[in-house]
Design a protein around this ligand. Sequence first.
Ligand SMILES: [Zn+2]
Length: 264
Amino acid sequence: MAGRGVHTGHPAQVRIVAAAPGSGRCFVRTDLPGAPVIPVSPAALRPSVLSTALEVRGVSVQTIEHLMAALWNAGAQDVRVELDGPEVPILDGSAAPWVDLLGARSCPWVGPPLRRPLVLREGSSWVAALVSQELRFSCGIEFPDPIGAGWVSFAVGRGSFRDEVAPARTFAGRSEVERLRASGGLRGGDLTCALVFDEGRWLNPPLRFADEPARHKLLDFIGDLALLGAIPRAHYVAFRAGHRLHGRLALALARGATGAPPAG
Ligand SMILES: [Zn+2]
């Protein structure tokens, strides 16, 4: 699979290679000397607002979230993602091309149940992991028109990630796009890789779902929690959240929030 990174504008070719059982998941930067390896882990998260990036010993890979969600849905536990650039291609702004590449297999990687609830806040945004019998993800959004406010929910084993979540594309306001471009970012972005709105209307309709932006938030949330590998069975809720808060939740869960409550 080949394309451009939306933020860096760099072209990259991605090859997804099955790895030996037990070897885990990693990115390999084949464009750099020695082809350095970046193991997938919340501990490798590099702070980033607009996309999710991993960095190990100064080597990074950016905008991994849509691919991570697709790999998680496919149950890919041992996989090398080889790419010859710093950023995963944005493609159509959704995870659908990755799901198609990985095949029809849907085998979400579900971990043991969460034991204790967890809530993290940043201003008016928050994320929560709630004790639940099913693995469910819910996202609430609140934006100006034409996006508006609303929420969506997806439960593993009930809905179809491939049909209900993966095709939802990323979105941005035209003023934000222009601001990012002026500061040297968003070099690979155009109207084919994102829904763009301006003055209360979409510039490139039709939408794939009436609530496509909320569904995309759900995709990002799943992709960021997928850094954990197996996602503990719980109900994950995000409200007005983004990659930074998602990443904080993944880190907190990785640090043992799933463990049994302390004695006494
Ligand atoms: Zn996204």
